[in-house]
Design a protein around this ligand. Structure first.
Ligand SMILES: Cc1cc2nc3c(=O)[nH]c(=O)nc-3n(C[C@H](O)[C@H](O)[C@H](O)COP(=O)(O)OP(=O)(O)OC[C@H]3O[C@@H](n4cnc5c(N)ncnc54)[C@H](O)[C@@H]3O)c2cc1C
Ligand code: FES
Ligand code: FES
Length: 1276
């Protein structure tokens, strides 16, 4: 087969425009191509940055686009959502790509999907939104009236860290055939029907609103308006090119033969070359494990590999069929055949519903899945027990290989030969008296690799329960799928009864030995799963036997039946309640109304510009960071020579290049002499492209000498007395004396793991040096641009006034972009000054997770003394948090933790102590809640421990110990619990707590293997910083001569809707509609010396500053308005200009008083509190640890919310983020301190399938506070 040295032309379409690439590089992904391909941009004069990078591994869906291809088998056009980060452009020959920009635009026409997601408040930071839009859009292209289940399936592969998914789903539900006005109606439990909305405690019904958007205003979906499949591509597909196409890149050649014969010839010529289909296995391995393949063979154009044939004894599926196609094919077969024949198909379908997300299922092929033999493969165990055969083909001919344990173990004798390829897969029908099942347990229901999975099959002798054949295979327990062949052999002939079960468990645990290690750890848990799955299978078969012959086979006790029921995949429902604005409020006044996020529509069309969407500037260079691979070591040498020799590499920035200060003594920007953690930044490569920079960092050779000790855990730190700051302590009453007088004492320990911020937009910065006066422009994704500015100033040793930091919007922060962006900004600035060129630094997800640190893990010890009535008399809590290797915010986190530990409880004798441990991990930092989520878990654990000892219900103990009257907190701040108590009562009422408590108890009595839990917890959350100067805020408001208003303030738009709220404030104050107003960005040049947007107080303090500026302006306008009261706003502004009245004003808020005296242990550290209460009901499967969130009700006091849609969105998002902390998110480190969990595949934030099945949020009505702007409170 001749292999031409010149590349063929790669032809595909993007958004209806033809792309003709003459030098297509197989290493370039569609994502890179869309975001960076200048040829395309020039041709279409579009910037296709709507498709976002967030993980690069197919795990988050931020880069979702639609790929449409002509299916040669069906002759139809197939539209598939795919993750562009894993799609090599070379795979797109003949395809039409639609990106978010191709769907609609605010400049031309919005697509209904875009309009609805924005208007339903489904966007916060907006970074995930284009991906969500594309998943939904693709669904609608295939199913214009989808079911809610299809909608859930379509969104299962898209992560959102801000919203909690509910509003995204709500927008999609407006397209669903069965969607009803009330989101609960579909389940027959509409709150309106059942009188739940009589608002007993809420006053008048009309005060309470339950709609956050007006569905009737949405434009209808008109499928005839969609882009058609390009006729040119259709012609190409109908007359397919049979010639081999070759694309040569710099390092890799892509060969795409047009016939099976050519493919087989090529496989002989390139036996080592992998076949590339979905690239979902090869792609991630090339990226993170450094696998490299100089030649890739693409069988995508070979129709023989996509054939499906049905016979009377089985089903043959082509190896190139995608997993999504396999799912459809199996579902069709299941509907056509009698149940007994489809056991294996149904078992496969069970897994195909939860395997990865829709995008990966669309891309991944059956052949790729089988041949890559991933140790956690969900399908291989089922295919193996189902006696699947692989039809392989080579130039020599065809042969069949059983997909058995030898194949799965990779034995050469049982494997494909290098010149062979997998043509198709034959899966036989099952037969009567044969039972097949599949099991899996993962961290999340969907889009998560299984901890352990299994396929099990038994064939019983006809009419009996004697085992004739038995196969069991497990995934996730070794480096390949493991077959329990020996155990199965030994059980042949046994009867299907408890004796057999006992013996089987013993044999299995013996055979499937899990050594000290297993992929993902958790060995004990995995061993439990091995037998739990077997037990479930045992019961399933018993149940089937009973169904087949009810006379001969025993009944399973009702109590045990619960082991069999899978948790249902439900579509979350819920109600959001908030108080309507006063009926007399002018229509123009937007305060208190659920106004859409200002950028909502731009988020949805991809036109919202994030830091890395800024076009490349002239002579821009890329930066990549070199980080320590050792936890604690001396740096012996750093050899840059090999890196500097590489093409495109411009320089390497080290500590020696820093003209000013290299960070703090204990927290250096660039390491010198010593490293204190894996991931500490040592130097940075500057190159012409990011690919060159990343290649170069691998060539930098650093020699280390390991140092002792290496401290990783809190326990190690305590042992070594390794702390970052002195102990913080608060005490009240006489704790020792109180312990002597109590009825009982309990002591316990609580461990809370860390949490990764997982903001969807990783850290990024663009530094542009100017030609004059050492000026620098810095575009950064940060919560505290003033801190970036100051840090860059001290690093470069130039005055602050030369540096301007701009923040347009941030793709999620959650505390993670308070301190760290300054580090990246400063290093990039050193690079920019040294080279004289602009520098762009965009962290990969892996680097971001490795370098930046997150929420502090906590170890808490408690001793609680109480009376038998449940009244707590003495509580002593000592907490240690893991601060990592540098101080950062750890001292403040410790302080806040201690200050907030009492939560809602008044306990007379208290002692709280806290220390921040210094360890050899990256420095932990600010994170939403700032110690509160960890600390309250310790406090609430004390409550449950007391309840258990007193044989009382935990809610009774909570009630007994809650603040009841005006009192003083442990730090002697006056505190009135009235609103807290209202939240608590309202929550009990709204959740029907007491009746459900009885139902839960009833359920638990009846069910042995499934148990339900119901809990209600109060919250007293302090807002703000413990220092007055941190509450100051400023704003600058300009009115232009056409009447338009430009508002600038000190807060940053992180997705929390601060800009929207600020314009609501300005609109009320100036008495003009929001449409007159604009916010461009946050800039240190317009509002200087700002405070971090954090501590849930940004909208409040900046709102005061905006209010002040507007009031100043209005005062100036008053005489003009008085003179011409009938005039328009424009008239008044024109007149003001004529009369030389300044139309620009600075507003300022001096800040709330706050202080804390740690010596005395007293102060007024918080301006005010936000109260709340939440009730959740969950169900757990005691056999597997699987859990289901049945219902959550939250009541929060936002007082007179500035914007209920935004506040409810914040409440829902933070709840889901907290749920992630306590349930699925787990940071995993090696014993040497290397973070393993560096992407969405290993670190699981909640997905849409994790949202509680019923999720109700109510804002406490009619609550007032004279302190805050318009009596509003912010939601955490
Ligand atoms: C984000 C994400 C989530 C995932 N979640 C899950 C999950 O929950 N459960 C699960 O089981 N899996 C999961 N996977 C793994 C996924 O199922 C596999 O990566 C996928 O099935 C591989 O198929 P592919 O077409 O992409 O293979 P490719 O990456 O294209 O190829 C993989 C290998 O297969 C070989 N190959 C492909 N076709 C043939 C052929 N016809 N003949 C011979 N060799 C061939 C290639 O040579 C190559 O070595 C996930 C993957 C990702 C990226
Ligand atoms: S960036 Fe592609 S899936 Fe995350
Ligand atoms: S809005 Fe979804 S990640 Fe921010």
């Amino acid at each position: 087969m001749p292999c031409p040295s010149r590349s063929d032309e790669l032809i595909f379409f993007v958004n209806g425009r033809k792309v003709l690439e003459r030098n297509a590089d197989p290493e370039v992904t569609l994502l890179t191509f869309l975001r960076k391909n200048w040829t395309l941009l020039i041709m279409s004069s579009l910037r296709l940055t709507g498709t976002k990078y967030a993980c690069g591994r197919g795990g988050c869906g931020a880069c979702t686009v639609m790929v449409s291809k002509h299916d040669p088998v069906s002759g139809k056009i197939r539209h598939s959502s795919v993750t562009a980060c894993l799609v090599p452009i070379c795979s797109l020959y003949g395809a039409a790509v639609t990106t978010v920009e191709g769907v609609g635009s605010i400049k031309t026409r919005l697509h209904p999907v875009q309009e609805r997601i924005a208007k339903s408040h489904g966007t916060q930071c907006g970074f995930c939104t284009p991906g969500m839009v594309m998943s939904m859009y693709t669904l609608l292209r295939n199913h214009p009236h989808p079911s809610e289940e299809q909608l859930m399936e379509a969104l299962g592969g898209n992560l959102c860290r801000c919203t909690g998914y509910r509003p995204i789903l709500a927008s999609g539900q407006t397209f669903c055939a069965e969607s009803s006005g009330c989101q609960q109606k579909g389940r027959g439990t509409c709150c309106l029907d059942q009188g739940e909305n009589d608002a007993s405690s809420l006053g008048r019904q009309s005060d309470i609103c339950m709609e956050l958007f007006a569905k009737e205003e949405f434009q209808p979906l008109d499928p005839t308006q969609e882009l058609i499949f390009p006729p040119e591509l259709l012609r190409m597909a109908e007359n397919p090119e049979k010639r081999t196409l070759t694309f040569h890149g710099e390092r890799v050649t892509w060969i795409s033969p047009g016939t099976l014969k050519d493919l087989l010839e090529l496989k002989v010529k390139h036996p080592e070359a992998p076949l590339i289909l979905g690239n979902t296995s090869l792609g991630p391995a090339m990226k993170s494990q450094g696998h490299f393949h100089p030649v890739l063979l693409s069988p995508a154009r070979i129709s023989e590999l996509s054939m499906v044939s049905k016979t009377s004894d089985g089903l043959t599926i082509g190896a190139s069929c995608s997993l999504a196609q396999v799912k459809d094919i199996l579902a069709e077969r299941v509907s056509e055949l009698p149940e007994e024949k489809t056991q294996t198909y149904r078992a496969l379908l069970r897994h195909l519903k939860s395997l990865a997300g829709q995008q990966i299922r669309n891309m991944a092929s059956l052949g790729g899945h089988i041949v890559s033999r991933h140790c956690s493969s969900d399908l291989n165990p089922v295919l193996a027990v189902g006696n699947t055969t692989l039809n392989v083909i080579s130039e020599e001919g065809t042969r069949k290989i059983p997909l058995n344990r030898d194949f799965l173990a990779g034995l050469a004798s049982a494997d494909l030969k290098p010149e062979e390829i997998l043509e198709s897969v034959y899966i036989p029908h099952s037969q009567k008296w044969e039972f097949v099942s599949a099991f899996r347990q993962a961290q999340c229901q969907q889009n998560a690799l299984a901890h352990v999975n299994a396929g099990m099959r038994v064939l019983l002798k006809e009419g009996t329960d004697a085992i004739e054949d038995l196969s069991i295979a497990y995934g996730g327990v070794g480096d390949a799928t493991v077959s329990a062949h020996k155990s199965c052999q030994q059980l042949l002939g046994w009867r299907w009864n408890e004796l057999m079960l006992d013996e089987a468990c013993r044999l299995l645990l013996d055979e499937v030995s899990l050594p000290g290690w297993a992929p993902g750890g958790s060995v004990e848990f995995k061993r439990t799963l091995l037998v739990s799955f077997l037990f479930k299978f045992y019961l399933e078969v018993l149940q089937e036997l009973k169904r087949l012959d009810s006379h001969h086979f025993p009944e399973i006790s009702d109590r045990f039946l619960s082991a069999l029921e899978d948790f249902p995949a439900t579509v979350p429902q819920g109600v959001q309640r908030y108080q309507n604005v006063d009926s007399h409020q002018p229509l123009q006044d937007p305060v208190g109304r659920p106004i859409m996020h200002l950028s909502g529509l731009k988020h949805a069309t991809g036109e919202a510009i994030f830091c890395d969407d800024i076009p490349t500037v002239d002579k821009e260079l890329s930066m990549a960071l070199v980080t320590s691979t050792r936890a604690h070591a001396k740096i012996i040498s750093v050899d840059l020579s090999k890196a500097l020799e590489l093409p495109g590499v411009v320089d390497v920035i080290t500590a020696e290049d820093i003209p000013g200060t290299n960070g703090a003594e204990d927290d250096k920007l660039l390491a010198v002499d010593e490293v204190l953690c894996v991931g500490q930044i040592i130097c940075a490569v500057v190159a012409e492209t990011d690919v060159q920079a990343k290649h170069a960092i691998e060539k930098i050779k650093i020699t280390y000498e390991d140092l002792e000790p290496v401290i990783l855990t809190i326990k190690d730190a305590i042992k070594h007395n390794s702390f970052l700051c002195p102990e913080k302590k608060l005490e009240q009453g006489n704790i020792e004396e109180a312990f002597e007088k109590v009825d009982q004492i309990v002591e316990g320990e609580v461990h809370v793991g860390g949490q990764e911020h997982f903001y969807m937009e990783t850290q990024r910065v663009l530094v542009i040096p100017k030609t004059e006066d050492k000026e620098l422009d810095i575009y950064v994704s940060a919560q505290d641009p003033a801190h970036v500015q100051k840090t860059v100033s001290s690093t470069l040793n130039i005055p602050i006034n030369r540096i301007t930091c701009h923040v347009k919007r941030v793709g999620g922060g959650f505390g993670g972009k308070v301190g760290r962006p300054a580090v990246f900004g400063a290093i990039a600035a050193v690079g920019a000054i040294k080279t004289g060129y602009p520098i762009r630094l965009v962290l990969d997800r892996e680097d971001d997770m490795l370098i930046t640190g997150g929420r502090h893990p906590l170890f808490g010890k408690y001793k609680v003394g109480f009376m038998n009535s449940g009244r707590i008399r003495a509580l002593d809590i000592e907490c240690f948090i893991n601060g990592g290797c540098a101080l950062d915010d750890s001292e403040q986190v410790t302080e806040f933790l201690i200050l907030k530990l009492e939560n809602a409880y008044k306990i007379r004798n208290l002692r709280f102590r806290g220390r921040a441990c210094m360890t050899n991990l990256p420095s932990n930092t600010a994170f939403r809640g700032f110690g509160f989520p960890q600390g309250t878990l310790v406090t609430e654990s004390c409550i449950t421990a007391v309840a258990a000892k007193c044989r009382l219900l935990p809610e009774k103990v909570r009630e007994k110990n809650m603040y009841k009257t005006v009192d003083k907190t442990i730090y002697k701040q006056a505190f009135n619990p009235e609103t807290l108590i209202r939240c608590w009562n309202e929550c009990l009422d709204k959740s029907s707590f007491h009746s459900r408590r009885r139902q839960v108890e009833e359920f638990n009595k009846k069910n042995y293997w499934k148990k339900k839990g119901l809990a209600v917890v109060p919250m007293k959350f302090s807002v703000g910083f413990a220092a007055t100067s941190f509450h100051q805020a400023a704003a600058l408001v300009h009115i232009y001569t056409d009447g338009s208003v430009l508002v600038t303030h000190g807060g940053n738009e992180l997705g929390q809707g601060i800009h929207t709220k600020m314009l609501q404030v300005a609109s009320r104050e100036l008495k003009i509609p929001m449409s007159y107003m604009h916010i461009c960005e946050t800039s240190t040049a317009t509002v200087p010396n700002t405070i971090a947007t954090a501590a849930s107080i940004g909208s409040d303090v900046n709102g005061r500053a905006v209010q002040n500026a507007c009031q100043i302006l209005l005062k100036r306008l008053e005489p003009i308005i008085k003179k011409n009261p009938e005039g328009t706003w424009e008239d008044w502004i024109e007149a003001a200009f004529e009369r030389r009245i300044s139309l620009s004003a600075t507003g300022y808020f001096r800040g709330y008083k706050a202080f804390m005296d740690w010596e005395k242990g007293e102060g007024d550290p918080f301006p005010y509190y936000v109260y709340g209460a939440a009730c959740s009901e969950v169900e757990i499967d005691c056999l597997t640890g699987a859990h289901r969130k049945i219902r959550t009700d939250i009541v929060m006091d936002a007082c007179c919310s500035l914007n209920p849609a935004i506040d409810i969105g914040q409440i829902e998002g933070s709840f889901i983020q907290g749920m992630g902390l306590y349930t699925t998110e787990e940071l995993k480190y090696s014993p040497e301190g290397v973070l393993y969990s560096r992407g969405p595949d290993e670190y699981k934030i909640p997905t849409i399938t994790d949202v509680p099945e019923e999720f109700n949020v109510s804002l406490l009505p009619s609550s007032q506070t004279p302190l805050t702007i318009y009596s509003s409170k912010v939601s955490p």
